[in-house]
Design a protein around this ligand. Structure first.
Ligand code: FES
Ligand code: FES
Length: 171
């Protein structure tokens, strides 16, 4: 069975007719050829497929495309371009926040959303005892990024990139 779905994708209208079982991730990669969004586990465990929908990050592999009628979807391609990087992309470059790069689009989409979550006061799971042992904002960002797995172990550099982007937003 197929169905039609229309949403805004990276600022442009997008209208698709898809098998109703198509995930948002497969719609992006296979039908719209936006291969920046990566498929790692395809079952909600790695975060490689993270995109931003209506201002919040989601795992695109866990969401059916037809559920996104009228939504606003932003992928890594919509955040910035090589000529005009998003500040978070620029910070990842500056701090070497990647090695193989496979997890990076998801990390960056997640990182952009994390700073918005913190600014909006969305609570995290980090509590007092833990924050006492570590610089709070760094720990909080790591906690919030814990759904984004990096097999290359670039976590320290990702945290540095996020700290710089956060400082830039506060400036
Ligand atoms: Fe979606 Fe791994 S591919 S969480
Ligand atoms: Fe290789 Fe993260 S940079 S998986």
């Amino acid at each position: 069975e197929t169905a039609r779905v229309a949403f805004t994708l990276n600022g442009e209208p997008c209208d698709l007719t898809l098998d109703t079982r198509t995930t948002l991730l497969d719609a992006l990669r296979e039908h719209l050829h936006l291969t920046g969004t990566k498929k790692g586990c395809d079952q909600g465990q790695c975060g490689a497929c993270t995109v931003i929908v209506n201002g919040a990050r989601i795992n695109a592999c866990l969401s059916l495309a037809i559920m996104h009628e009228g939504d606003t979807v932003t992928t890594i391609e919509g955040l910035g371009t090589p000529e005009d990087l998003h500040p978070m992309q620029a910070a990842f470059v500056k701090h070497d926040g990647y090695q193989c790069g496979y997890c990076t689009p998801g990390q960056i989409c997640s990182a952009v959303s994390v700073l918005q979550e913190i600014a909006a006061g969305v609570p995290s799971h980090v509590t007092g005892d833990l924050t006492a042992a570590m610089e709070p904002s760094n720990l909080e960002m790591r906690e919030r990024m814990s759904g984004n797995i990096c097999r290359c172990g670039a976590y320290s550099n990702i945290a540095q990139a996020m700290a710089e982007a956060a400082a830039g937003e506060r400036a």
